[in-house]
Design a protein around this ligand. Structure first.
Ligand SMILES: Nc1nc2c(ncn2[C@@H]2O[C@H](COP(=O)(O)OP(=O)(O)OP(=O)(O)O)[C@@H](O)[C@H]2O)c(=O)[nH]1
Ligand SMILES: [Mg+2]
Length: 452
């Protein structure tokens, strides 16, 4: 744990660009560091030190002056660059890059088996190329004293690979279970809506608001795994796992899932490690892409691009862009921002998760964007089975009309296509008297007859 540890943040950008240290400082604070100094450089990457060597001397002076215990670098550092910078710093000062920092945050917040496995997987994936580099270096070195080290590192490499495949298997099994659960939820008539977006955009706040406003039935006994809490805080990566709550947007039963936020500039292996968490987004029926509208428009644009890039490869669902925090943006500014972002966010809904402003409009929009339901009418001969089919339809779809004429019941309803198919099959069983209940009854009668 690094609570309260003093840290200097540093960043290199290519020559001519200007460095922005806001995000890395926010990330550092999210991990529990006190940012006591900042330093940046705009020049091409130096092979040995990443920064220019003179800049590293400056960094060393700043660290000494501020008494920092860590240097956090907002760049991808090679293993040797990390080592070289560390060699110049006062003894014991840690060098941390952007990815290890994010991993630190994730490790602190990982409170489920799945999140812990994902963090472990990311850590191993980070370590693997470094172990490989070490092993091949030691092997290349002919000096006998280093041979032992080479063997050691090769076995470390094998060890990492074995651990990676063990964790992947366990995560795959979890992902499969979750996929089954999604299917069960769909079969139960729920539409799956996922909140996606950059970290700190206000996803969890909006989730709570949508659920509240729409009178969530949390204790309906149907879904014991639904977690009623969605933490929100003004820091990055508050939410790491996934939380699902029920929301009714009118005629549809919606399950809303809140999950980990995106952040720009993540290496592929890190995103890949959190794939199964993001599956709840990729496999949703509709994605609400939440953007913090109080930020400068360039930042909103960058973040939208990052989100679209992350979603692009796998997402199958339609996307609705939600401009959140409208309570702190004046009307004219909001209009200008919407105009400027039209290409990325063609028809956004502007809301405030904090005050609830326009959240009802968002709910209506969710209804409109969800995949179309089909209308169907069924005529069933009156029986207990017919009545239980009707109540099944109430649970899984939206019953619009129900009429009895003594002998028959006519039911008109709308539901997801898969539910309509299922209802037809059930109706055919009711009509021919071959439901499991009817068969059990018939069997009981036969048994009785035999015994007499
Ligand atoms: N002014 C204002 N602040 C908001 C609004 N929605 C959220 N916030 C604040 O923004 C901060 C982040 O909100 P969260 O809901 O935790 O954001 P998140 O997207 O879930 O963040 P992660 O879990 O880190 O990905 C909190 O301090 C919220 O109170 C809003 O509509 N208006
Ligand atoms: Mg959150």
């Amino acid at each position: 744990m690094s609570d309260g540890t003093a840290a200097v943040v540093a960043k290199r950008v290519d020559a001519g660009e200007s460095a922005d240290l806001t995000e890395i400082s926010d990330l550092a604070r999210a991990a529990g560091y006190d940012v006591v100094g900042e330093l940046s450089q705009s020049r091409d990457e130096d092979g040995a030190f990443h920064f220019g060597e003179g800049k590293v001397d400056e960094l060393t002076a700043l660290v000494a002056e501020t008494d920092a215990a860590a240097v956090i670098v907002d760049n991808r550092l090679g293993p040797y660059q990390t080592y070289n910078i560390g060699g110049k710093l006062p003894h014991g000062v840690e060098v941390i890059d952007r990815f290890t920092l994010i991993l630190e945050i994730f490790a602190q917040r990982a409170n489920t088996r799945k999140a812990q496995l994902q963090v472990e997987l990311a850590e191993l994936r980070y370590e693997l190329p470094r172990a490989e580099a070490k092993a091949s270096l030691a092997k290349r070195d002919e000096r006998p004293g280093f041979m032992g080290l080479g063997e050691y590192d090769e076995s470390r490499e094998r060890d990492i690979k074995a651990q990676i495949s063990r964790i992947k298997n366990e995560l795959d099994a979890i992902a499969e279970k979750e996929e089954t659960r999604r299917e069960q939820r769909r079969e139960s008539g729920f539409d799956l809506v996922a909140l996606a977006g950059y970290t700190n955009a206000g996803k969890s706040t909006l989730m709570r608001r949508l659920a509240e406003d729409l009178e969530v039935g949390e204790n309906d006994g149907l879904h014991p795994d639904l977690d009623p809490t969605a933490e929100s805080e003004d820091r990055l990566f508050t939410t790491l796992g996934t939380t699902t709550r029920r929301a009714e947007t009118g005629t549809r039963d919606v399950l809303l899932t809140d999950t980990v936020g995106f952040v720009s500039n993540l290496p592929h292996w890190l995103v890949e490690s959190f794939k199964s968490t993001l599956d709840s987004v990729y496999r949703a029926d509709l994605v609400l892409l939440v953007v913090d509208a109080s930020e400068p428009v360039e930042e909103m644009r960058d973040k939208l691009v990052t989100c679209h890039d992350t979603l692009y490869e796998r997402n199958e669902a339609p996307i609705v862009t939600v401009l959140n925090k409208r309570d702190v943006v004046d009307e004219g500014e909001l209009d200008r921002k919407m105009d400027a972002l039209r290409a990325l966010a063609p028809n956004p809904v502007a809301v405030s998760g904090l005050t609830g402003e326009n959240v009802a409009e968002l709910a209506a929009r969710i209804e409109r964007e969800l995949p179309e339901w089909r209308e169907e009418r069924l005529l069933l001969p009156m029986s207990d089975d017919a009545m239980s089919l009707v109540s099944w339809l109430y649970d899984h779809g939206h019953v619009e009309n129900e009429e009895y004429d003594g002998e028959n019941v006519l039911v008109e309803f709308a539901a997801r296509p898969a539910i309509v198919e299922k209802a037809r099959a059930k109706a055919a069983d009711v009509q021919s008297g071959t439901t499991p209940e009817a068969e059990a009854e018939a069997e009981a009668e036969t048994d009785g007859g035999y015994r007499e």
